[in-house]
Structure formats: structure tokens, C-alpha cells
Design a protein around this ligand. Structure first.
Ligand code: KG4
Ligand code: ZN
Length: 348
């Protein structure tokens, strides 16, 4: 049995998790820096790193306290015998804080340390619920769900990937400019909503009509194996210039609903085109934007249409978290670094 302690600090969230190959998640905690960055309208790298320096020791302290508590009453609490840490891609200074802490822990406990790719963590997060259903049979069953068509949508990435046996992967489509989450964040800013914009737009859209405005979609043809979201943001800016100030408040919900629907429809259109091209055993959804209710519902419908299961993370594992890093280290050691080094631009 393996039990791994993982640290995630690639951007503005610090996460700590303990994951056992037999019992699943034994501990997890995420420290968000939202309130710190919100007033600047986005993540300030220097501030993020300084905050990680403060919060990672606090998370470790909390883990020590709760582990003492659980270990007295539960046989499940295993000894941590490995460590894992996100080494890229991400903000260099933020990643460095997690790596330093993990290296110190590994040296003190004389335990091996694995460097994990942040996006492989997101991809694997969609498989955690499947693992939790039957941990003992996961290794013999997971290949039933491969090859998987995986949609990874976060603040920095928009990718359609083919996930194959032994967690090998192939990029089928990527964005040529803004990521889906970035499009929502930038759109929200134009609409006077705070950072991060994805959940704000989703909330505001609840009271709006998604068919009010017709925003452009890029690369709609099946042979266009790419996404683009920067034109969408620009068209929102031009539209807003035409709306009189006094009319704006009454139209914001419709604007949000229409804008969100365009992002979601674009993602689903490309996903559908890929599903028509090849037979996949499952559909996967991951990344911060996977928390979006409309996207989840639309992908659910798509999976039903093609009669394949949709694997998606628990909502708390859609955004950055350490449980997905621990899980990737346990399930896919081959694609981790045995001697972790910072890789801020680590490619898939
Ligand atoms: O994966 P993540 O936490 O960080 C990166 O690795 O980028 O993703 C953050 C992104 C942000 O753009 C945020 O606006 C978006 O995920 N997001 C959402 C929702 N929650 C977070 N987008 C749409 N709907 C949501 N509910
Ligand atoms: Zn992420």
C-alpha cells in the first residue's frame, strides 16, 4: 500500500492532501487567496508566492493536528511513505514555494518525492470518484474507460485530449489565444464583475436569457482542430460600447447568460465533432471551468447521446487542489519526475 502527501501551489491556491491507494483521501485542505487578489482584478504573482510561504506551514500544522486526532480512532490512517508536489506548469515563484516545502519534508522524513504535472493532476481528478466507488478494483477496471476524450478547461488551458492506455495522451485541440476560463474572467471584468469571473458570470446568468445576444463562435468547422476565445471578448467590448449606461444594469444578466452559453456551446461543439470522428469509451471533464453547471449539464447530455459515461471531478476538485496531485502521483508514477525540478512551462 502507498500513501502519499501532496502539495499544490502552482497559482493562487495552496493545497495539501493525503491520499492512500487503499482508503482514498485521508485528508485534504485548500487555502484560497481569492480575497487577496480580488482587489487587483487578477492574480499578482509576487503576492501569491508570499502568501504561499505563509499558508503552506499553516496547512501542514493543521494536517499534523487532525492526523493525531484520526490516527487514534481509525485503522485507515496509513503512514505517509511518499511525497508529491506540482512542479509545473504555473507561476514560477508560487511553484517554488510548494517545491521547497516538499523537499524539506522529504529530506526530514527520508521519503521519495515525485514532481507532478499540474494538468495531469486535473485530468486524473475526473477519475477520483470512480476510484472511490471501488478502490480495490480500480487498477483492473480503469482501462474499460479508455480511450477517453478529455476536455480540460481552466484559467490557463483549453484542451481536448485523447487519454490512452497507461495514461499516455495526445492533444487533439488547443486554444490559439485565450483559455475558456480566461474568456470568462475577461468578459466578467468588462461586465463590471469581480475576479474570478467564471463563477460570477454563472451566478448572474441564472437570471438572464441566453438567447438575447448572438456572440460569434470561432473555428466551428470539424477540420479546425483548435479553439479561439479572444474574438468573443472583443465582440462583447464592442457590444457594451453600444449599450447606453442607463440600460446596462437591466441587461447584464442577459449579457452574462448569452456570453456563458457561447463559451459552453463552443466547447461542446468541438467535443461533439471529436466524438463523431472516433469511438471513445468515456468522456472526461476537468479544470476550474468544470465547476460550471451549464457545461456539466451539456456534457452530460453529450455523453448520453453517445452512450458513454462522463467522468468528472467532485466540484471541490474542479479548481486547483492537492488531492488530484496525490492521485496522479499514485496512479501514474511513470509521468512524474523522480527528481523534481521546477518546470514553469512544462508541456504535456
Ligand atoms: O483550474 P483552475 O482553478 O486554475 C487554473 O489552473 O487555471 O481554473 C480557474 C478558472 C478561472 O478562469 C475561473 O473563472 C474558472 O476556472 N471557474 C469557472 C467556475 N469556477 C471557476 N468558470 C465557470 N464557471 C464556474 N463555476
Ligand atoms: Zn489548475
Amino acid at each position: 500500500m502507498s500513501c502519499v502527501l501532496a502539495i499544490e501551489s502552482s497559482c493562487d491556491d495552496a493545497g495539501l492532501a493525503v491520499f492512500s491507494s487503499e482508503a482514498g483521501i485521508l485528508y485534504e485542505s485548500t487555502q484560497s487567496q481569492l480575497n487577496l487578489h480580488r482587489r487587483y482584478g487578477g492574480v499578482v504573482p509576487g503576492l501569491a508566492a508570499r502568501e504561499h510561504l505563509r499558508s503552506i506551514p499553516l496547512l501542514l500544522e493543521d494536517l499534523r493536528e487532525s492526523r493525531n486526532m484520526v490516527s487514534q480512532g481509525s485503522r485507515d490512517v496509513a503512514e505517509i511513505n511518499r511525497l508529491a508536489v506540482t512542479t509545473g506548469p504555473g507561476l514560477a515563484a508560487s511553484l517554488a514555494m510548494g517545491l521547497q516545502a516538499a523537499q524539506a519534508l522529504a529530506a526530514a522524513g527520508q521519503k521519495p518525492l515525485q514532481g507532478v504535472h499540474h494538468l495531469r493532476g486535473h485530468l486524473l481528478s475526473a477519475w477520483i470518484p470512480l476510484f472511490e466507488r471501488e478502490p480495490a478494483s480500480f487498477h483492473s477496471r480503469y482501462s474499460d474507460f479508455l480511450p477517453q476524450l478529455a476536455l480540460l478547461v481552466s484559467g490557463g488551458h483549453t484542451l481536448l485530449l485523447e487519454l490512452e492506455a497507461h495514461w499516455e495522451l495526445r492533444v487533439l485541440a488547443a486554444t490559439v489565444d485565450d483559455a475558456a476560463g480566461e474568456a470568462l474572467d475577461k468578459g466578467a471584468k468588462l461586465l463590471g464583475l469581480p475576479y474570478p469571473g467564471g463563477p460570477e458570470i454563472e451566478q448572474e446568468a441564472l437570471g438572464g436569457n441566453p438567447h438575447t445576444y448572438d456572440f460569434p463562435k470561432a473555428f466551428v468547422k470539424a477540420e479546425d482542430r483548435k479553439f479561439s476565445f479572444s474574438g468573443l471578448k472583443t465582440s462583447l467590448r464592442y457590444l457594451l460600447e453600444k449599450i447606453p449606461n442607463e440600460a446596462f444594469p437591466s441587461q447584464r444578466a442577459d449579457l452574462c447568460a448569452s456570453y456563458q452559453k457561447t463559451v459552453v456551446d463552443t466547447l461542446c461543439l468541438k467535443t461533439r465533432q471529436m466524438l463523431l470522428e472516433k469511438r471513445f469509451a468515456s468522456l472526461g471533464l476537468s479544470g476550474g471551468v468544470a465547476a460550471n453547471g451549464l457545461l456539466r449539464a451539456e456534457l452530460e447530455a453529450l455523453a448520453r447521446e453517445f452512450s458513454i459515461p462522463l467522468l468528472r471531478p467532485h466540484p471541490r476538485h474542479a479548481g486547483d487542489n492537492a488531492a488530484m496531485i496525490a492521485f496522479a502521483a499514485l496512479m501514474d508514477p511513470k509521468h512524474t519526475q523522480a527528481s523534481p525540478a521546477l518546470e514553469p512551462s512544462w508541456r504535456l
